[in-house]
Design a protein around this ligand. Structure first.
Ligand code: SF4
Length: 61
C-alpha cells in the first residue's frame, strides 16, 4: 500500500511531513510527496494524516 499526494491540491502546510516523516517529505517543488510503501507500523498514522490534510490531497493507491 502506498500513499499518494495530489500536488494540484497540496498547499504545503507541512502537517503530513511533521506527523509522519517516515512516509512524507517535501519534494524539490516545495510540495509534499510520499516516497515509499507504507511501513506496517505507521499505517494508522497515515490514515490519520489522510483525514487531517486540510485540502484532502492524500489518498491511498
Ligand atoms: S497535509 Fe496536505 S496540504 Fe499539508 S503538506 Fe501534506 S499533502 Fe500538502
Amino acid at each position: 500500500m502506498k500513499a499518494y499526494v495530489d500536488k494540484q491540491k497540496c498547499v504545503a502546510c507541512g502537517m503530513c511531513v511533521d506527523a509522519c516523516p517516515i512516509e512524507f517529505r517535501f519534494g524539490c517543488d516545495g510540495l509534499a510527496e510520499s516516497y515509499q510503501e507504507i511501513p506496517q507500523d505507521v499505517v494508522d498514522d497515515v490514515w490519520q494524516v489522510i483525514e487531517d490534510c486540510p485540502v484532502g490531497a492524500i489518498c491511498l493507491k
